[in-house]
Design a protein around this ligand. Structure first.
Ligand SMILES: NC(=O)c1ccc[n+]([C@@H]2O[C@H](COP(=O)([O-])OP(=O)(O)OC[C@H]3O[C@@H](n4cnc5c(N)ncnc54)[C@H](OP(=O)(O)O)[C@@H]3O)[C@@H](O)[C@H]2O)c1
Length: 208
């Protein structure tokens, strides 16, 4: 039985501590959920920025960060293969793909949706495309707005992983909306060459 089936607390990491990495870190800090953050640099070099976001934002090395159960990929699309090399096998891990392949010619992706292309690099891992449709400045804000919750879209070919990241999104205060698999759902929330998917930049709020 794995940790998720066993309902044991998960560990989280955000790879990339730029605009989106920091926006995600703020969401974790707001709810007091610990998360590791890593870049290509020595953790000391961004420790004060992490501390300014919250006590539970733990700067670490990439090698340590990939030990987490759930890894948010918040690097430029072009950098994802470098992150993927950090482990020979991503078995048992969930990768949340927050990248947007804007400006990447579709032929470079072999005709695949960008999330499927990323998934191929993370051998054995379960990939969820999510949290990528909002600009960093909006994602960084409290998702509790006007009495509702800001929507984030999720797509995955793995129902278990999708359910887990949905639950995490709820814990972070968002209203997750499932779009289905990576081919259908993923395409609605990705960049395709110089074209944005239909749901990108839709700042929606769910009331109930
Ligand atoms: N900005 C937005 O509004 C927005 C919105 C939605 C989605 N996105 C997507 O989110 C991703 C990140 O965008 P961003 O705007 O946050 O970019 P960014 O500000 O340039 O940040 C990228 C981060 O990735 C780190 N990084 C690069 N290569 C790495 C590697 N091999 N291992 C570990 N860390 C690495 C960089 O750190 P060092 O270079 O210091 O190592 C930096 O902290 C992109 O794919 C983008 O398309 C962005």
């Amino acid at each position: 039985m794995n940790k998720s089936e066993n309902n044991v607390a998960k560990s989280y990491a955000i790879i990339g501590f730029g605009h989106i990495g920091k926006a995600l870190a703020k969401a974790f800090a707001r709810k007091g959920i610990e998360v590791s953050v890593a870049t290509t640099h020595d953790p000391e070099s961004f420790a004060s920025e992490a501390a300014a976001i919250g006590a539970g934002i733990n700067p670490t090395t990439l090698a340590e960060a990939v030990e987490a159960d759930v890894i948010f990929l918040a690097v430029r699309f072009e950098s994802h293969p470098d992150v993927a090399k950090a482990l020979p096998d991503w078995q048992g891990k969930i990768i949340v793909d927050v990248t947007n392949a804007y400006g990447v010619p579709p032929e470079k992706l072999g005709g695949l949706p960008s999330a499927k292309f990323v998934a191929r690099a993370f051998t054995g891992g379960k990939l969820v495309k999510g949290f990528n449709h909002l600009g960093a400045a909006i994602l960084a804000r409290d998702p509790a707005v006007h009495g509702g919750r800001r929507v984030v879209f999720m797509a995955s070919d793995d129902d278990g992983a999708a359910a887990e990241i949905d639950a995490l999104a709820e814990k972070l205060g968002f209203a997750p909306v499932k779009l289905g698999g990576l081919s259908a759902g993923g395409l609605l929330v990705q960049a395709h060459g110089n074209t944005w998917g239909q749901l990108i930049f839709q700042d929606l709020v769910k009331f109930k």
